[in-house]
Design a protein around this ligand. Structure first.
Ligand code: NAD
Length: 341
């Protein structure tokens, strides 16, 4: 037994718990020798104190796992940070390594869930089914204002063709679109299926629809900004199901005002950690940018729900519990993509 496992138990402090997390994780807990304390609080420097004798924390996309929090986790004797998501931009991996804390994630649960949601956003913005739904319920059967466009023949730019971007490319291909792609790694299978890898600028200049599927990191932060927006076709559609900070929000608001951006679908938002996953219906929202975004008729905001399917939640629970069990038993995980530090 190594030094990591000598001092750890099988107890997990599970942060940012939602009712559906409990449903899916509780379903599989009996299959694993693991004990979970479900906490509603987001993990941050203040809520670290909620950890009692647990040696594992389980976190989600908006938990704060920066260097300062990791130092506090180390003092609490935390040995494993288990992300129950794919993206890991909220975790300081160097700080985790320095403090001898293992970090694992769910590298792929259902790329279909997110890719299909991206397509749902495109179709909603294009064909305005959300407006039609409300309109006919009020016995207004007029079509004025619902004019859409054929997806067939349009150029779709995909930035990031990993698990999700690849599935999305195949969905888009089914609609008869021309596909341009940019990724730091070229997928030859997609190339053979007719996807054209090109420079980012070419995508910005030629695409009618741009969908973001790359991770958030120092290279991709504010990929969509004043300069890149200026290159785009007038009335371009931008879809972001990846991470909010890929888009400079104030720049995209300006571009929406001039109709440079004709449609914006975002499942993620730069400042989402203060808003998403909670009911704020009785509150005065202090974030003026999200309020401005939601005031545009051609903007669709969903609250980080792209992953939210039965299949994805099942896989998230099974993989997260499997990752933890594997780290407890053998201090490693067979799927190398799951172990980040
Ligand atoms: P992935 O790792 O399989 O694919 C990411 C792709 O992006 C890779 O092919 C990688 O080479 C590419 N990439 C890296 N840097 C790039 C750059 N600078 N420019 C262009 N491409 C670059 O990840 P995935 O499973 O496809 O997930 C993609 C992103 O989707 C995640 O990082 C996460 O942020 C987001 N996500 C969102 C939800 C949701 O519910 N909205 C759910 C899961 C994942």
């Amino acid at each position: 037994m190594n030094s990591t496992t000598e001092t750890q138990n099988n107890k997990i402090a599970f942060f940012s718990t939602q009712s559906y997390d409990k449903t899916f994780f509780k379903r599989y807990i009996p299959d694993f020798n693991i004990d979970i304390t479900f906490l509603e609080s987001q993990l941050n420097s203040k809520t670290v104190n909620l950890i009692k004798d647990e040696t594992i924390v389980c976190v989600f996309v908006n938990d704060i796992v920066n260097a300062a929090v990791i130092e506090l986790l180390a003092k609490k004797n935390i040995k494993i940070i288990a992300l129950r998501c794919a993206g890991f931009n909220n975790v300081d991996l160097e700080a985790a390594k320095k403090n001898n804390i293992k970090v694992c994630r769910v590298p792929a649960y259902s790329p279909h869930a997110v890719a299909e949601h991206a397509m749902a956003m495109i179709l909603t913005l294009d064909r305005k089914t959300h407006k039609a739904y409300n309109r006919v319920r009020e016995q207004n059967f007029s079509l004025n204002g619902l004019l859409g466009f054929d997806l067939y023949g349009k150029t779709v730019g995909i930035i990031g063709t990993g698990n999700i971007g690849k599935v999305f490319a195949k969905i888009v291909k089914g609609f008869g679109c021309k596909i341009l792609a940019f990724d730091v790694i070229i997928d030859s299978e997609l190339e053979n299926e007719g996807v054209v890898y090109t420079a980012l600028d070419t995508i910005f200049k030629q695409a009618d629809i741009i969908s973001l599927h790359c991770p958030l990191n120092t290279n991709t932060k504010h990929l969509i900004n004043k300069e890149t927006l200026a290159l785009m076709k007038d009335s371009v559609m931008i879809i972001n199901t990846s991470r909010g900070a890929l888009i400079n929000t104030s720049d995209v608001i300006e571009a929406l005002k001039t109709i440079k951006v004709g449609y914006l679908g975002i499942d993620v938002y730069e400042q989402e950690e203060k808003l998403f996953f909670k009911d704020h219906s009785g509150d005065i929202i202090q974030d003026d940018e999200i309020q401005r975004l939601m005031s545009f008729p051609n903007v669709l905001v969903t609250a980080h729900q792209a992953f939210f399917t039965n299949e994805a939640l099942t896989q998230i629970a099974l993989t997260t519990l499997g990752n933890i069990e594997s780290l407890l038993l053998k201090d490693s995980i067979d799927n190398k993509l799951a172990l980040l530090a």
